[in-house]
Design a protein around this ligand. Structure first.
Ligand code: BTN
Length: 223
């Protein structure tokens, strides 16, 4: 079991690890009841009121590519939710949805100080039932299952599932982008599959191309 550091309030569990990585062991986990400066991807704020899980893991050894991490964490979250009777989907690249609403987000940061290390941050909505303005797009385990969960137990369940091997095939099976039509350079393509490096394979008529996430915009597709 990795070392787990518990906080009541912290700015951001990712930032705490970044500041303290030299004192923390590989695979340490930092979890906080509240984050005052919770961060999402693309500089978004991650609302972090009490009731949900906010945690980050430090990886010093065995650093993988971002997409390998995304596969491991996304598939683990899907399996965790499945173990609670919830059917979740993956919104490529790394959002977890239930009934089309976001239940979890992942923020992976690679940092180079004297050595390369990485921080994998996860926000999982557990007991929150009112998301205010975000109600149309956010959900939680409690909203779906109808009862409260003990955060500590959910974290331990996640850690147990995460330590197993997870396969890209499992990620692909749960990805809602598969088979969808998306625009690339003003042409419509169908998403055929996802490669090990995270590139999408797009097909049109009798040819296929591979594109990376930064070459396409998924905004319209996901609206
Ligand atoms: C996203 O979907 O934009 C990613 C959200 C990641 C939020 C988690 S909560 C724990 C960790 N600490 C942070 O400041 N962010 C991540």
């Amino acid at each position: 079991m990795p070392k787990i550091y518990y906080f009541n309030t912290i700015d951001s569990t990712n930032d705490y690890i970044k500041r303290n990585q030299s004192k923390l062991e590989d695979r340490s986990i930092v979890v906080s009841k509240i984050q005052t400066k919770g961060r999402g991807r693309s500089n978004h704020k991650w609302n972090s009121d009490e009731g949900n899980l906010y945690f980050s893991m430090l990886v010093k050894k065995g650093i993988q590519t971002d997409f390998e991490d995304i596969v491991d964490v996304s598939v683990s979250l899907v399996k965790l939710l499945e173990s609670y009777g919830i059917n979740a989907d993956i919104k490529y690249p790394n959002d977890i949805l239930v009934n089309g609403k976001k239940i979890a987000g992942i923020l992976i940061e690679k940092i180079y100080s004297d050595k390369l290390f990485e921080v994998i941050g996860i926000g999982l909505n557990v007991n929150q039932i009112d998301f205010g303005d975000l109600n149309p797009i956010a959900t939680s385990i409690k909203q779906v299952v109808g009862k409260n969960f003990v955060l500590h137990d959910v974290l331990h369940d996640y850690i147990n599932i995460y330590k197993d091997n997870h396969k890209i095939e499992e990620y692909i099976k749960k990805s809602i982008i598969l088979g969808k039509d998306i625009m690339y350079l003003d042409e419509e393509y169908r998403v055929e599959t996802i490669e090990n490096d995270g590139k999408l394979v797009l097909v049109k008529d009798d040819y296929s191309i591979k594109v990376s996430l930064n070459e396409i915009t998924l905004k319209e597709f996901y609206k």
